[in-house]
Ligand binder design. Structure first.
Ligand SMILES: C[C@@](CO)(OP(=O)(O)O)[C@H](O)COP(=O)(O)OP(=O)(O)OC[C@H]1O[C@@H](n2ccc(N)nc2=O)[C@H](O)[C@@H]1O
Ligand SMILES: Nc1ncnc2c1ncn2[C@@H]1O[C@H](COP(=O)(O)OP(=O)(O)O)[C@@H](O)[C@H]1O
Length: 285
């Protein structure tokens, strides 16, 4: 039996950091939603007990550093599984971009192996396992739209937003999440995202209020280090995006609009300034 899984990317509609914890992580409050840009995973059973990663992208590790490998290894050990698996990853989500691609591959692996190895795990149990692989993995297990708290692993599902288009632009740099958190100075943050207002906006399915509530405190680090990220934000706004923000630790920025024709105009405009531009639908319902 071969299992096929879709591993979608996320964007952060809000990302607030409350304080730095004694364990080195940061206490966060963030609203995340799934978008229609996804890696494809094929999970093929192996009799030799090995975990083998095959990937189309040369810049993604094909060894034990791959988050899908880590997820499979964790499950093998935790449930004393003697069977192996080949995980073929068709990489479509930009890497080290703030879109959670690796986390989503790990989540898809956990869900896929739950089927392939008949583990009978609930969503909650899979999310707890996922948190051992990375802070964003539990959200990817649930998918949809959710408030994430703690270091990101505590998931409170939220109603999905009304449909909208997202234009993503990724400058040709990779940003390390650890580096961005390390250099965050909460004293420098003057504007916080309106998390509670975002939750209300989602409950009321009010696009204009969603746009007004967006914010990401990690922009204070990434925009300072990489002026091109700020430049792309300005271009997204200039070409007509209603809400513009950096996703996660960056460097990908996104613009939202409800009109397909406007999204197309923004996409065409951005193409003149940036090689990596995507136009996708929201998928967080
Ligand atoms: C910033 C966010 C927003 O969604 O996403 P990305 O930009 O990576 O997509 C997440 O908080 C990223 O989650 P994830 O990428 O899973 O992080 P992890 O692997 O758990 O941690 C990587 C490193 O980031 C720092 N870290 C992460 C989460 C957190 N709440 N506080 C932290 O300080 C720690 O230094 C940690 O060693
Ligand atoms: N399956 C995977 N897909 C992408 N990157 C991966 C994967 N496994 C491990 N990585 C590593 O994780 C790092 C972060 O990748 P990614 O999850 O794409 O970042 P982000 O969460 O910022 O979008 C990269 O430097 C990459 O080398």
């Amino acid at each position: 039996m071969t299992i096929l899984m879709k591993a979608p990317a996320k964007i952060n509609l809000t990302l607030d950091v409350l304080y730095k914890r004694t364990d080195g992580y940061h206490e966060v409050e963030m609203v995340m939603t799934t978008i229609d840009l996804a890696d494809r995973l094929e999970l093929r059973p192996r009799d030799d007990g090995k975990i083998v990663i095959e990937t189309s992208a040369s810049y993604v590790p094909a060894d034990e550093h791959n988050l899908a490998y880590k997820a499979a290894k964790l499950i093998q050990e935790r449930f004393q599984v003697t069977r192996g698996v080949t995980i073929a990853i068709d990489k479509r989500i930009p890497v080290a971009a703030g879109l959670g691609g690796g986390s989503s591959d790990a989540a898809a692996t956990i869900k896929g192996l739950n089927q392939l190895w008949d583990l009978g795990l609930s969503t909650e149990e899979m999310a707890v396992l996922g948190a051992e692989v990375g802070s964003d993995v539990p959200f990817c297990i649930y998918g949809g739209t959710a408030l994430a708290k703690g270091r990101g692993e505590q998931i409170i599902p939220l109603p999905g937003p009304p449909p909208f288009w997202i234009v993503l632009a990724k400058p040709p740099i990779g940003v390390s999440t650890a580096h961005v958190y390390q250099h965050l100075d909460l004293g420098q943050v003057s504007e916080r995202p309106k998390t509670e207002q975002m939750i209300q906006a989602l409950k009321r399915r009010e696009f204009s209020l969603i746009v007004k509530s967006m914010g990401n405190v990690l922009e204070t680090v990434t925009l300072k280090s990489y002026p091109e990220v700020q430049h792309l934000k300005q271009k997204l706004a200039q070409f007509g995006a209603d809400g513009v923000l950096m996703s996660g630790s960056g460097p990908t920025v996104f613009g939202l609009t409800q009109k397909e024709s406007r999204a197309q105009r923004i996409y065409n405009g951005l193409k003149g300034f940036c090689q990596d531009v995507y136009m996708v639908r929201s998928a967080g319902t």
